[in-house]
Design a protein. Structure first.
Length: 289
């Protein structure tokens, strides 16, 4: 009976394994080959193996490290800001949304717009010469900052990202907050705990797994940002707003350095895998305690 069940399980898994090997395994192998090859669009079918020169070129490229620095700063800043704002909104609006859940719909509207469209919209709104925001700031205050210049572009991009994706963190935290049993809150209130103590000592610890997941998801999404940054500023003046995704895009499509672009994507994948492995190790250590 055990052998029959095992064979049935393997039969059910075979289509999934075949799908993963075909659509994920084969492209991964091709990318690894391209990353150690001299290859152009004309020689995609017959790349020439050249060793690890592409990886050395990537690691020696200042633009790569500048893009890495931008992506790290952007991902950390936006993830922390989105999660803090989302947590505040979840706790503050929970009583209202519990009575009128229909109000959740307008709060989710920013998530319904594609990031590229958000980038184009803010590019028009904040344009130094044609945008309505600089126009009215100049009319009312006699001056207006250049929102998309080299000094302000990073902060402008961060604010745009935060405005669009805070509702995502808010939704996760709201669902975690309302899932906290009311019996625990009532017992704490009977013991004389204030609202802040209930939040800090009871609700937040129970919401901690959701908080960690949300920060990780938003950091990964911010770290690999492409759409709205490319639509708003591209790589920026002197590469000031070049993320790693934009760096790989430019190396692949504009410079034709396919091997270098693929090598950069492999480095990015390995770095992400290392971070994920470290987080899994920390989570396993915490569970053991």
């Amino acid at each position: 009976m055990t052998i029959v069940r095992r064979s049935e399980g393997l039969g059910f898994l075979t289509p999934l394994v075949g799908f993963l090997l075909l659509f994920l395994g084969f492209p991964a192998i091709i990318n690894l080959v391209y990353s150690v090859s001299t290859v152009t669009f004309e020689t995609l079918r017959a790349p020439t193996i050249s060793g690890f020169g592409n990886y050395l070129a990537v690691l020696a490229d200042r633009d790569f490290w500048r893009a890495t620095s931008f992506s790290l700063r952007f991902g950390l800043l936006t993830a922390i800001a989105e999660c803090l704002l989302g947590l505040f909104l979840a706790v503050f609006l929970a009583p209202l949304l519990t009575k009128r859940p229909v109000l959740m719909a307008p709060l989710m509207l920013p998530l319904m717009v594609a990031p590229a469209m958000v980038g184009l919209m803010y590019r028009l709104v904040l344009h130094e010469f044609a945008g309505p925001v600089p126009h009215y700031l100049f009319e009312w205050f006699g001056d207006s900052p250049a929102f998309l210049d080299i000094n302000n572009a990073f902060w402008t991009l961060s604010v745009v990202e935060i405005l669009q994706w805070t509702p995502f963190a808010f939704l996760l935290f709201y669902m975690a907050y309302v899932a906290v049993p009311n019996d625990i809150r009532e017992a704490a209130a009977l013991d004389g705990a204030s609202g802040w103590k209930v939040l800090w000592l009871i609700e937040l610890p129970l919401m901690l797994p959701t908080l960690v997941i949300a920060v990780f998801i938003r950091f990964i999404d911010g770290f690999r940002v492409f759409d709205n940054v490319y639509a708003l500023t591209g790589s920026g003046a002197g590469g000031s707003t070049m993320s790693l995704s934009i760096y790989i895009y430019q190396a692949f499509f504009k410079q034709g350095a396919i091997g270098k672009a693929v090598a950069a994507s492999v480095v990015l994948f390995l770095a992400s895998l290392a971070v994920l492995s470290m987080l899994n190790w920390l989570a396993s250590q915490r569970r053991r305690r």
